[in-house]
Design a protein around this ligand. Structure first.
Ligand code: TXA
Ligand code: MG
Length: 314
């Protein structure tokens, strides 16, 4: 059910879960001060309880209440990329953050979103925990209509239009005296490396991921997807492709083949369109660049291609 800004604020303050827009994807928000609402998020999303949430704050000064000290270059990262799509995982004072929000870990992820509505809600209420507002394993929601697809009409949501970035925040984790990559996202790694002055290592691998969320199949429509660089010569089926190319079969376009920002922006809506049309199998045109946000788009598409549960349990 669509709610106004004032209603969303009031519901959050009273301990309810509300879906709200951010510049990356829609988030399923609960107040950090309402542990029952945080539990409700896990129930609604069908999210495994060992997968912690990101804490969204309004102002960098709020960080000091949660942590004893900050890792090197934290301030530089925050000053350059906040408000914006960067989440930073750091050690915390455990008694300051409900265990449910951080899946019992001694660390937590923080970010200041740049969406003006979200920031204003946080400013007028409390820090909010917000996973992406999709059922666990499904593509994230970038339009208000995606919220209704996953949660039906009873979930209160604030419609902020189409999310600008279209993919989630980049996550950096401070570990072993370095910032390491927890998840590719809406800020290209090269921009972060320029600031840090070193190349960012991947935290863990697929079999031993650093971010618990990376254990699970993700971003997946129901269709079986196959990425290929050699486009099959058939008129049958559907391909996720690029608007400046001609394909023998019907195409659902992500973007122009040189525009990684647009591909990221359209990605989840395109994956969800496959479900809306009950498509069971689709090709993905794998001929696209590797720089900038293309790296994130590639990673999300590869995960969307994985068979159910092929990551989980490793
Ligand atoms: O753009 C975004 O980040 C969106 C919007 C709503 O802000 N949120 C989002 O949240 O993508 P979620 O819950 O879908 O993904 C959060 C990721 C998960 O993979 C989780 O494992 C990781 O952050 N994470 C959270 N806390 C962590 C921690 N303490 N250590 C390692 N990973 C953590
Ligand atoms: Mg998510």
């Amino acid at each position: 059910m669509e709610v106004t800004f004032t209603q969303a604020l009031d519901l959050l303050k009273r301990g309810h879960v509300v879906a709200i827009p951010t510049e990356t994807v829609y988030g399923l928000a609960a107040s950090l001060e309402h542990p029952h609402a945080i539990e409700e998020i896990y129930r609604l999303k069908k999210r495994p309880s060992n997968n912690p949430l990101i804490i969204h704050i309004h102002d960098i000064h709020q960080i000091s209440q949660f942590c004893d000290g900050l890792p090197p270059l934290f301030n530089e990262l925050a000053i350059n990329f906040w408000p914006g799509p960067l989440s930073l995982v750091i050690p915390i004072k455990m008694d300051k953050i409900p265990s449910t929000a951080r899946a019992g870990l001694p660390t937590a992820a923080f970010r200041i979103p740049s969406h003006p509505i979200t920031r204003e809600i946080i400013r007028q209420s409390t820090p909010l925990v917000m996973p992406s507002a999709n059922l666990s394993g499904r593509p994230s929601a970038t339009h208000a209509s995606h919220l209704r697809e996953d949660f039906g009409v009873s979930l209160p949501y604030l419609d902020g239009g189409v999310c600008d970035k279209g993919v989630e925040s980049t996550i950096l984790v401070y570990k072993d005296s370095q910032w390491q990559l927890g998840r590719l996202g809406a800020i290209p790694l090269s921009k972060l490396e320029n600031l840090l002055g070193y190349s960012i290592k991947q935290l863990g691998d697929m079999s031993k991921p650093l971010c618990p969320g990376q254990h699970y199949r993700h971003y997946s429509p129901k269709a079986v997807l196959k990425m290929t660089k050699k486009i099959p010569n058939t008129t049958e089926g559907v391909i996720l492709g690029f608007s400046d190319r001609v394909y023998p079969m019907r195409a659902i376009y992500l973007s122009h083949s040189q525009n990684g920002d647009e591909a990221a922006h359209q990605l989840y809506a395109a994956l969800r369109q496959l479900d809306a049309e009950n498509i069971e199998e689709a090709w993905i045109d794998g001929n696209f660049p590797t720089d900038g946000l293309w790296e994130t788009v590639y990673e999300r598409l590869i995960r969307a291609c994985l068979k159910p549960h092929s990551i989980q349990g490793h």
